[in-house]
Write a protein that binds this ligand. Structure first.
Ligand SMILES: Nc1ncnc2c1ncn2[C@@H]1O[C@H](COP(=O)(O)OP(=O)(O)OP(=O)(O)O)[C@@H](O)[C@H]1O
Ligand SMILES: CC(C)(CO)[C@@H](O)C(=O)[O-]
Ligand code: BAL
Length: 247
């Protein structure tokens, strides 16, 4: 399994696969993987010759008051979970919102390299990196993708800016990985529909597949943030969640 932190390395690998006649399936994630994600990977394997999984906690889809800093991160554990599925490549970019360090920008290059090494060694970002990631996307990035109507209701109401961040980072991934097929979970139903719409409107030549929701035994939808729930909260949530799923 290849691990890429640099977007140019990722792109080169994808293009080499294409030249070799391979079809690429792509599974974007924010890591802290669970069986729901692995189900998407299994589906991806049915759709193409090679599978790329991205692991990136995208700063631009989090509002300043949200959990970007505390979102669960476990790169080492994620790689271990992906290994048995024979995933071909994992893309774990250091930062997608800063322009590539130029040759003269040695301080930034060094910092980028040492942070990448740190991420692999420890499977986590330090607080300084997280703060800088947030600052970079707010200061160095000014081009955004918006799906103007679909981004408004439901999650868009409670998380303004969320779908702008998702549509933008998914577009970036599509340009870097250049997949033939991309797999999304219907757990995030609005996100899946919004990506389908964006692909249609912007003429991406990528097939989007929506995968069924995978649940825990007690009916709770699997989700990386379930670790935030206490056992009491879990008991309250699961039956409602199950009833909703069956409705
Ligand atoms: N239980 C699940 N069943 C099917 N797909 C899922 C499930 N959980 C996540 N996915 C899909 O995996 C992809 C990556 O999701 P993400 O990494 O945000 O995980 P998550 O569990 O949804 O995290 P969060 O707790 O932040 O919502 C998305 O397309 C999402 O819809
Ligand atoms: C699609 C995505 C990977 C974009 O950051 C994220 O919103 C997610 O994991 O659902
Ligand atoms: N799967 C949803 C990603 C998020 O809540 O940011």
């Amino acid at each position: 399994m290849e691990l890429f932190h640099d977007k140019e390395d990722m792109r080169k690998w994808s293009r080499a696969m294409k030249r070799a006649g391979k079809k690429i399936a792509f599974v974007p994630t924010m890591g802290s993987l669970h069986a729901g994600h692995l189900h998407l990977v299994e589906r991806a394997k049915l759709e193409a010759d090679v599978v790329v999984v991205s692991i990136y906690v995208n700063p631009s889809q989090f509002a300043p008051n949200e959990d970007f800093g505390s979102y669960p991160r476990d790169l080492r554990g994620d790689l271990d979970k992906l290994q048995p599925f024979c995933v071909d490549a994992v893309f774990n970019p250091y930062d997608l919102y800063v322009r590539d360090a130029g040759q003269n920008d040695s301080e930034l290059s060094e910092r980028k390299a040492s942070s990448q090494q740190k991420a692999v060694n420890e499977g986590a970002d330090d607080t300084r990196d997280l703060t800088s990631k947030r600052q970079r996307y707010t200061h160095e990035h000014e081009t955004w993708i918006r799906v103007e109507k679909l981004e408004l209701p439901l999650c868009g109401k409670s998380r303004p800016g969320f779908f702008r961040g998702v549509a933008t980072v998914v577009t970036k991934f599509f340009h870097i990985v250049e997949p033939d097929v991309a797999i999304f979970g219907k757990k995030d139903y609005q996100q899946w529909r919004l990506v389908c719409r964006m692909v249609r409107d912007l003429d991406f030549d990528i097939k989007i597949i929506g995968c069924e929701l995978i649940r825990e035994e007690d009916g709770l939808a699997m989700s990386s943030r379930n670790t935030y729930l206490s056992s009491a909260e879990r008991l309250q949530v699961a039956p409602t969640d199950l009833a909703f799923g069956k409705a």
